[in-house]
Design a protein around this ligand. Structure first.
Ligand code: FES
Length: 146
C-alpha cells in the first residue's frame, strides 16, 4: 500500500520532537479523524534554521510531516511557502489516493507555524500566507488506520 519512502519516514521520522526556542509554532488538526500535527520553526534572517514536529495520527500523516520538515529545513520562508502537499507526496514517491488528504495537514502545519511567526513580529500573516482554513475538511472517510 505504501511506498518504501513512506515506510522509511514512518518508521524513522526525521526532525521529530519539540523546539524549545521556536519562534513560530503551528498546530492543525481534524476533529473527525483526530489527527493533530504540531510544527515548530526557528527562523533567523528569513531562513528556517531548524524545524521539528509532533504528529499524533496515521502513518501517512507522520511520514508527510517528516518529509515536509526535510523539505523546508534550511530554506527561506518564501521557499517553504511553496511546499505544497503535492510536493510532499511526490517526494514520498506517492501516497494511496485515500491517504492523499493526510498530506494536506503537513502543508497546513507549515503555514500555521509561519503565520504564528509573523504574528509574533506584529505582522498580519494573511496577505503573505493566505487565509488559513479553520478545519481540515479532508478527513471524512474514517481512514485513520496505518
Ligand atoms: Fe486523517 Fe490521516 S490525517 S486519516
Amino acid at each position: 500500500m505504501y511506498s518504501e519512502k513512506v515506510m522509511e519516514h514512518f518508521k524513522n521520522p526525521h526532525n521529530l520532537g519539540e523546539l524549545e526556542d521556536a519562534n513560530g509554532v503551528g498546530e492543525v488538526g481534524n476533529a473527525k479523524c483526530g489527527d493533530v500535527m504540531k510544527m515548530f520553526l526557528k527562523i533567523e534572517n528569513n531562513i528556517i534554521q531548524d524545524v521539528k514536529f509532533k504528529t499524533f495520527g496515521c502513518g501517512a500523516a507522520i511520514a508527510t510531516s517528516s518529509m515536509a520538515t526535510d523539505l523546508i529545513k534550511g530554506k527561506s520562508i518564501d521557499d517553504a511557502l511553496k511546499v505544497t502537499n503535492k510536493a510532499v507526496v511526490e517526494a514520498l514517491e506517492g501516497l494511496p489516493p485515500v491517504k492523499v488528504h493526510c498530506s494536506v495537514l503537513a502543508e497546513q502545519a507549515i503555514k500555521a507555524a509561519l503565520a504564528d511567526y509573523y504574528r509574533r513580529q506584529g505582522v498580519d500573516p494573511e496577505p503573505i500566507i493566505g487565509k488559513m482554513e479553520e478545519d481540515c475538511h479532508h478527513c471524512e472517510h474514517g481512514c485513520c488506520e496505518v
